[in-house]
Design a protein around this ligand. Sequence first.
Ligand SMILES: Nc1ncnc2c1ncn2[C@@H]1O[C@H](COP(=O)(O)OP(=O)(O)OP(=O)(O)O)[C@@H](O)[C@H]1O
Ligand SMILES: [Mg+2]
Length: 257
Amino acid sequence: MAIISTFCKKGGVGKSTFIGFLAHYLATQGKKVLIISTDDQNSIFKIFGIEDDGSDNYLEFLLAGKADLGDILIDARENLYLIKSLNTDNMSLKLTLERSQEKVIQKMLRDYSSFFDYIFVDFPPSSNRLTEVLLDLSDAILIVVGLDSLGLDGFFNTIQYFVDKDIDLNNIKYILPNGYSVNRRAPKVSLEKLNNQAKDFTPNAKILPALNEKSIVKNLQDKGISPFDDVELERYDAKERDMLRETLKNLFSNINI
Ligand SMILES: Nc1ncnc2c1ncn2[C@@H]1O[C@H](COP(=O)(O)OP(=O)(O)OP(=O)(O)O)[C@@H](O)[C@H]1O
Ligand SMILES: [Mg+2]
C-alpha cells in the first residue's frame, strides 16, 4: 500500500484533475484505490460527476469516532472510493491542540491500508496542520506546476513551505508540468525555468512529461466524466478522449509507486 499526495501552493493548477485521473486509471487496472479529499470544496467529486448528497459521510466523523471506516466511503467507480471533508481547519486546530490526534490519523491510514492498494490525498492550495501531518505520512508527493509565471511562483512557494515546515523535500518524487502548448512561447519558457529550479531544489524528483492544455479535459469534467470511463461520446470528443487516454497512460508509465 502506498500513500500518494498531490500538492502545490498555487490553486487551479490541476492537482485534483491529475490525481483523479491517475487514481481512476489504477482502479481500471484492478487496484483498490481510495482518494481522501482534504479540500473542503471536495472538487475531486466533480471529476467523477458525483454530487454532494448532503449526507454526513465526512472524514471528521471517522476521526471523531462517530463513524466506522466503511461508513464514510463514497463509491465513485469500480474499485475507486472517495472520502470528503467538511472543515479541515477544525481538524487542524484539534491536531495542534491534541498531539494524540496525530495517532488517530495514523491509525486511520493503517486501517484503510489493509483494504486499499493506493491511498491518494487531494489537498487544497491552502495549508494547515493537517496538511503537514498528511504530507509527512505520504510515501510519495507529486507536485503539479502550472506552466506560467504564476505557476512557477507557486512551485517556489511550495518549496519554501516545505522548508519552513521542515517537511522532507526528498519526499517530492514527481513533478508534473501542466498546461503545455506547442503553439505558445510562455509555457515553453516556464518549462525550461521549472527544469532549472527543480535541479536546484528537488534533485530527487522526476519531472514527468508535460501535460498539454487540452480542451477535452475541461469538457469531460463539465460532464462529470473521467477519460477512463467507457461512455458513448460524440465522435470528435471520443477521438479526443482516446488521445488523452493514451497521453495519460504514457505519462503514468513514468510513475513507479
Ligand atoms: N491539462 C489540462 N488542460 C485543460 N484543462 C485543464 C488541464 N488540467 C486541469 N485543467 C482544468 O483546470 C481547472 C483546475 O483544475 P483542478 O481543479 O484539477 O486544479 P487544482 O489545482 O486541484 O485546483 P484547486 O487548487 O482549486 O484545488 C479544471 O477546470 C480542470 O478541468
Ligand atoms: Mg483541487
